[in-house]
Write a protein that binds this ligand. Structure first.
Ligand code: FAD
Length: 474
């Protein structure tokens, strides 16, 4: 087996991994980043296309947390991780939530000034901005619906930079922090999956990997390292630790934002190139309303989720846009590595209150879309009536059931919580795995709960904070 030696091994190159690698490399540390997915030139593939799903998503975009109901979820799997496929919406961790987490899990150095300090640096570095011109129609419609109803709505900034002509480019990790880490001397190895961590007692000595040679053939590789950061995301990180025999506080308590959708038809065409940057925040943080990618395939999927895809409904798909209501859920899930199987078993249990909250979200979303001028609403609930007038929304309260609702999520967190309360966490306040001297987690897994907002900002802020603490302590 080929071996490679490094001071620091970072596993995964998404929001958490790229943030970790760039900071450690800039401080002069020797870093190797291994990434299971391929390197895909960020300009090579059209965003939100089917080709993107095949090239950049794990399982081509279709994974599911089993339960009643099952919840479909998606993860990126390429250099840059999920930041390559996401919408780039940026929302700092709400201070009240950070304070609640600090108290509940006794997280050290987790005050608003610490977190805001890192968030400001990241925002200046990455380029977080508002659309320089008028927002796209799909976004303006949400704002219009909210205004008509007297509800709060907000335009969210995104991790985008704009040129003089107003053309925006999403600042994904493959465009920003991965090249920065490489420029500072790091090595990035795409197509290299860590199968298992190896070690002795309380020290990890390295990782057994399945790598890809330049000619495309597989090879076994052992990366030996003095320090290891696991940054595979909230599903893959706990699975890797469990495969390596590390189970205490690992994989339970998975959180996500369950999401229910409506395909809304308007009397006029709606743009489909971008994703709405407006959100209705009237019911936040427990319920938020926003818009999804709405290419032809997304519209087809959303219509199919109603249980009856009429081919004619797709004929004027340019008039249809997909919107969603997402909740903070009381329920929780588990990630369990299954011996001999590459992918872990993921389960999630919604509570009755979650189901009620989803019904409320669907009805409020319907109200907003009708107020915005939609002429027909098809919800992602099998057998629920198509709605054309506000008086017709009432049956949706009962239609949202465990057996009939098609739910999904793209926000997964909390499978390895951080904090000093050892009985409720998997790591200390800075991501060091309990019982190990040189093993750290630094990704979405660490967030003690689903944040109720898009998580990338919180993940990158916490990852930067933890990397600095590592630099100061080693
Ligand atoms: C479609 C979509 C839209 C989204 N929209 C937004 C948005 O607008 N705003 C927002 O804030 N958030 C959004 N998110 C969520 C956000 O992108 C993620 O929460 C965030 O990227 C998670 O960061 P992470 O570092 O934990 O994992 P990821 O960014 O997913 O990175 C993990 C990486 O680790 C690699 N990996 C895993 N296991 C191994 C292994 N064993 N060996 C080697 N490599 C491994 C994976 O291949 C992956 O590339 C969206 C997500 C998706 C999927």
């Amino acid at each position: 087996m080929r071996t490679l030696d490094t001071e620091i091994l970072v596993i995964g190159s998404g929001a958490g991994g790229a943030s970790t690698a760039a900071r450690l490399a800039a401080a002069g540390r020797q870093v190797v980043v291994v990434e299971e997915g391929p390197w895909v030139d960020p300009d090579a593939i059209e965003p939100f296309s089917l080709e993107e799903m095949v090239a950049k998503y794990r399982h081509h975009g279709s994974s599911a947390a089993l339960g009643n109901p099952p919840i479909a979820y998606a993860e990126g799997r390429c250099v840059g991780g999920s930041t390559e496929v996401n919408s780039g919406l940026w929302h700092r961790l709400p201070p009240a939530l950070a304070e609640e987490w600090r108290r509940t899990y006794q997280i050290e150095a987790f005050t608003p000034d610490v977190l805001d300090g890192y968030a400001e640096l990241i925002e200046a570095d990455q380029g977080v901005s508002y659309v320089p011109a008028a927002p796209p129609t799909s976004s303006a419609l949400l704002e219009r619906g909210a205004t008509k109803l007297g509800w709060r709505s907000v335009e969210f900034p995104r991790v985008f930079r704009y040129d003089a002509a107003g053309r925006g480019t999403k600042q994904t990790m493959a465009r920003t922090l991965v090249p920065k880490a490489v420029a500072a001397g790091s090595t990035i190895m795409p197509g290299c999956r860590v199968l298992k961590l190896v070690g002795r007692g309380s020290r990890i000595t390295g990782a057994r990997c399945r790598a890809t040679r330049p000619d495309g053939t597989p090879e076994d590789l052992l990366v030996r390292a003095e320090h290891v950061f696991v940054c595979g995301g909230a599903i893959q990180s706990p699975a890797l630790l469990q495969r390596s025999g590390i189970r205490r506080g690992i994989g339970g308590g998975l959180k996500l934002h369950p999401t229910i959708k409506i395909a809304a038809r308007f009397p006029h065409p709606v743009d489909h190139d971008d994703v709405p940057m407006h959100r209705i925040t009237e019911f936040a943080p427990n319920l938020t309303i926003g818009g999804s990618a709405s290419r032809r395939a997304h519209v087809a999927l959303a219509l199919a989720d109603s249980g009856a895809l009429d081919p004619e409904a797709l004929a004027d798909w340019e008039h249809v846009s997909v919107y969603y209501a997402a909740i903070r859920s009381e329920g929780a899930g588990r990630v369990v590595a299954v011996p001999g199987v590459a992918s872990p078993l993921v389960t999630y249990r919604l509570t009755e209150a979650d189901v009620s909250r989803l019904a409320r979200g669907l009805v409020h979303l319907g109200e907003a879309l009708l107020a915005a001028g939609a002429t027909e609403l098809v919800p992602s609930v099998i057998g629920a009536p198509t709605v054309r007038r506000v008086e017709e929304l009432a049956p949706w309260w009962d239609a949202v059931t465990r057996t009939q609702s098609n739910l999904m999520t793209v926000h997964l967190t909390s499978s390895i919580r951080m904090g000093e309360t050892r009985d409720r966490t998997g790591t200390d306040s800075f991501g060091r795995v309990w019982g190990y001297e040189n093993l750290r987690v630094n990704d979405a897994s660490l967030l003690p709960d689903a944040p109720g907002v898009n998580p990338q900002a919180a993940i990158m802020t916490i990852a930067a904070r933890n990397a600095e603490q590592f630099l100061a302590s080693t």
